[in-house]
Design a protein around this ligand. Structure first.
Ligand SMILES: Cc1cc2nc3c(=O)[nH]c(=O)nc-3n(C[C@H](O)[C@H](O)[C@H](O)COP(=O)(O)O)c2cc1C
Length: 398
């Protein structure tokens, strides 16, 4: 397990019966060369004493937010390369999904931006409880990585899903996370997101239903995959820009055009996920139109600059340009035409009318189309998972 050598791993140990298996994993991580700092919940200390983890990790164990070093949680949160929560209880997943930070572990998790690997283990009926599944889904959407439990004999004597996974599976997941952290190392990534607004008068505009979620997820994941710098150029959305990403706010297609074309030469990887208006009103009124101003109003629209085509023409050999095709009919046909006409390296196509896809939902179903004619359809995934998968594919192209 070379990937663990020299890494700082925080093990969050919760009160589940599989805590003794977590002790074994901590020991293995230390043997693999990781520096492991352990945080135990109060419930975890009911199963095994901190002394076990202290001996295995060769460090003192944190259990009490107020009695331990008062700034230790901030220090751990900022310096960790990875958090592993094991066995992750029904309770801790519920708390994290709802922003509760009432002990050492939950407070430290709240303060970290390190990747989080969550390894749940519990009774089948707890695992399949819709409340638990909803919390798990919410955390997955926020980028928490879950390792699925195994099916088989459970501590209660029953059989079902909920068993703590094998050492091999855990180490494979950790290896994957560390490998991914450097997937985009040395690359600069430019992402566009959201809709644009084309003003008719100071109050009214032409816009579209894009939420920006896909683009924001791409920017966040590019940062997580170790890109040297990430710039997100976004139209108006209700989303918080991801931490550690340069954020450029624009409103109209013209502003988006200026922001992107100016920055374009400095980036290696350009992902154009924004839904930029194709037309704008030819004339915008400087005052708010009154109902009484006219009985009828005819809008004359003119084309906005085609940003993607322009970038496709200017693209250098070392640049990868990715377009997004949100379609309602002849999805693949239109997407393939976009790939060709705009000189793209990859198109991410989706049917916005399909259940589980589109601007209003948290998930997406996409097909990736390549220049060599290949295509790959991904199953229904959260937008965060789609973003990660798309970036993995691009890393292969690079
Ligand atoms: C004997 C025993 C075994 C338990 N095993 C589990 C378990 O495997 N998974 C789980 O989610 N909860 C389990 N629980 C319940 C948790 O200990 C309980 O929900 C606790 O509040 C979890 O606290 P924590 O999330 O802060 O560690 C168990 C409780 C007992 C008494």
């Amino acid at each position: 397990m070379d990937a663990c050598k020299g890494k700082k791993i925080v093990a969050g140990i919760c009160g589940g019966i599989a805590v003794y298996k977590a002790a074994y994993i901590v020991s293995k991580l230390v043997q693999a060369g990781a520096s492991v700092r352990v945080i135990m919940t109060r419930a975890a200390c009911e199963f095994v004493t901190p002394l076990t983890f202290e001996s295995l990790s060769q460090h003192r164990v944190f259990t009490d937010l107020f009695r331990d070093d008062p700034l230790a949680h901030v220090e751990l949160a900022h310096t960790a390369d990875l958090f592993v929560l094991m066995p992750a209880t029904y309770n801790i997943i519920g708390k994290l999904a709802h922003g509760i930070a009432d002990d050492f572990l939950t407070t430290t998790v709240a303060a970290t931006r390190a990747p989080l690997l969550v390894i749940p283990a519990m009774e089948s009926q707890m695992y399949t409880n819709p409340v638990f599944q909803e919390n798990k889904k919410r955390l997955s959407e926020l980028g928490y990585r879950f390792l699925e439990p195994e099916t088989g004999h459970l501590a209660s004597g029953r059989s079902g899903v909920g068993r703590f996974p094998s050492e091999e599976k855990i180490f494979k997941a950790i290896e994957e996370i560390f490998a991914e952290r450097s997937l985009l190392k040395g690359r600069r990534v430019l992402v566009t997101a959201g809709p644009t607004r084309e003003m008719l008068d100071p109050m009214r505009c032409i816009t579209n239903k894009s939420s920006g979620k896909m683009g924001y997820a791409l920017a966040e994941q590019a940062r997580n995959l170790g890109a040297d710098s990430v710039c997100l150029v976004s139209g108006p959305t209700l989303l918080e820009p991801p931490v550690g990403v340069e954020f450029v706010k624009v409103e109209s297609a013209a502003e988006m055009h200026k922001a992107v074309t100016e920055r374009f030469p400095k980036f290696d990887l350009i992902l154009m996920a924004a839904a930029v208006a194709d037309w704008r009103p030819k004339k915008a009124f400087s005052h708010k139109l009154k109902k009484s101003d006219a009985r009828e109003l005819t809008l004359v629209l003119e084309k906005t600059p085609d940003i993607l085509s322009e970038l496709g023409r200017r693209k250098k050999k070392n640049q990868i340009l990715v377009g997004f095709a949100a379609e309602t009919e002849k999805i693949l046909e239109h997407a393939r035409e976009k790939l060709r006409a705009k000189n793209l390296d990859l198109v991410v196509a989706n049917d916005i009318t399909a259940p589980g896809a589109g601007p209003e939902v948290e998930t997406n179903i996409v097909t990736l189309l390549y220049r060599d004619g290949r295509s790959r359809t991904l199953p229904c995934m959260t937008k965060c998972e789609v973003a990660r998968e798309v970036l993995r594919e691009i890393a292969r192209l690079l």
